[in-house]
Design a protein around this ligand. Structure first.
Ligand code: SF4
Length: 196
């Protein structure tokens, strides 16, 4: 791929629960090993260039135990600000202040909620890595200069057994938001439903 000068996106795991094929989503263990394999290939050979921060890559390779920071990459949709993050849609609010103050953040994250169990995605964890980089700049520099460790023991991961079960709220959320649009903006609603 690199010889063809083609850019490739490699995404860590997230179990998108409405996808028909659940079997092929990566769990945390497979994600960590996969990134070790990718990052290890660069050593002594032709390196793949990743655009993520060193500490986030170090986390993906299983060298750090991170909890997510879902508000670090917020998503604004046609329905409003999505709670709690752009992967999981469990409600919409009209302002960023409402998102920050009205979301029960403790309900979300690895080990807290089943939908989050396999998530290692940048929208939650790059923010955590960036915060660690600010608090521990020497760590950031060390990994940045030496590269990500791709051998040896991995950091312990968060226990998943206590995660609360997934709430199946997507259809009801979308229906409620569409109804609000139908009442407040009938013409917009007609356009949107005609296009769908
Ligand atoms: S772990 Fe964080 S970023 Fe990932 S789905 Fe859950 S809330 Fe969103």
């Amino acid at each position: 791929m690199t010889s063809l000068d083609v850019e490739v996106t490699i995404s860590p795991g997230y179990a998108y629960e409405r996808a028909a094929d659940q079997e092929h989503f990566l769990n945390r263990e497979k994600t960590r090993q996969l990134f070790r394999d990718f990052l290890g290939r660069g050593k002594g050979g032709k390196a793949w260039k990743f655009t993520n921060s060193p500490l986030f890559l170090d986390f993906l390779a299983g060298n750090r135990t991170y909890q997510c920071t879902p508000w670090s990459m917020p998503l604004r949709t046609v329905f409003g600000w999505q709670k709690p993050c752009y992967l999981v849609g469990e409600g919409y609010v009209q302002s960023f202040a409402e998102l920050m103050e009205g979301t029960d953040w403790d309900q979300y994250g690895v080990g807290k909620y089943a939908k989050c169990s396999n998530c290692m995605v940048h929208c939650g964890f790059e923010g955590t890595a960036a915060r660690e980089g600010l608090v521990r700049p020497l760590e950031f520099l060390k990994v940045g200069m030496k590269g990500v460790r791709t051998e040896g023991p991995m950091a312990p991961d968060i226990e998943l057994a206590g995660a609360r079960p997934a709430d199946d709220v997507h259809e009801a959320q979308v229906a409620a938001e569409m109804e609000k649009i139908r009442v407040t903006d009938p013409e917009g609603y007609r356009r949107a439903t005609r296009a769908a």
